[in-house]
Structures are given as C-alpha cells and as structure tokens.
Unconditional design. Structure first.
Length: 151
C-alpha cells in the first residue's frame, strides 16, 4: 500500500490541533484523518509523523523562553540599560532590588537581558578608546598634523 504524502489544509490543521494542543499520538491522529478518506487513500502514523515534523510552525521543535521576571522588572532593566549602556548585572540587580523590592540573581538578569536583545560583544576590527584617552589622542594627532605642515 503506497504511503500518502499529501494532506488537505483542513487535515493539517486538525493534525496540528490534535498533536500540539491535545497531545494525541500519531496513530490516533491517523485513525481520525482516515475516517473521512476513501479506503485506497489511507494514511499511516509514519505519514502523520513526517508531516508534523515538516511543519514550519511546529511548537515542539521550538523552545519557548518563559520569562522569570515580571514586566515591571523587565521595564526597569530595559530603562537602566538604555540610560547607562555599560551597566553591569550586579548594578542592575541592586536597581531592581531598590525599585521593586525583589531579590533576583545575576544569572537571571543576564538571561533576561539576552532575551531583550541586550548582548555584550567585543570589538572585532579596532580597539576601543576610553573616554579619558580620547582627548589625549586627539591632541596627539593634531600635533602630528601641525608638525607635518611645518615640514
């Protein structure tokens, strides 16, 4: 008996609902789908399993991140990072403790920052100049330019 490789849109919606929402097995879903089919076009549990794996909106394959902090704590963290880009996780921990009166570990704050899109990366192509050295460097460069013009 050849395997069925095509499903209608209604069948796919029903398969996803039964599998993801209700947690039914592939063989149970195959029996439900086969009720409305002719006997020469029946599907198997392997066909159901293959179709569900191929589905782009598969909930099982995606990891859902559950926030450990509330929206108010996330808003405080976001506002503090926007205000001071170089703020550390321990300073953020102190801010959330002062403003919201809740104890949060540094690792939780670090994970929440990553989920919000605040990622710390190192420079790749040039060195960073500290704020104290920018003025000295500018003075040095202008001196060199002045000396070259004299020569």
């Amino acid at each position: 008996m050849p395997r069925l490789s095509r499903f209608s849109d209604e069948e796919i919606k029903r398969m996803k609902r039964l599998n993801f929402n209700e947690g039914k097995s592939d063989s149970f879903i195959a029996r439900i789908v086969n009720r409305n089919r002719s006997s020469d076009r029946l599907c198997t549990s392997c066909g159901i399993q293959t179709r569900l794996k191929r589905s782009s909106t598969s909930v099982k394959s995606k990891r859902v991140y559950k926030h450990k902090l509330g929206f108010s704590a996330l808003a405080v963290i976001d506002a503090e990072v926007r205000a001071v880009r170089k703020i550390s996780e321990s300073e953020l921990q102190k801010c959330t403790q002062e403003k919201l009166r809740n104890d949060v570990t540094v690792s939780v704050i670090n994970g929440e920052q990553r989920q919000m899109g605040w990622v710390q990366t190192s420079t790749r192509y040039c060195q960073m100049i500290r704020a104290e050295n920018k003025e000295k460097r500018l003075f040095f460069c202008t001196e060199i330019l002045v000396q070259k013009r004299r020569v």
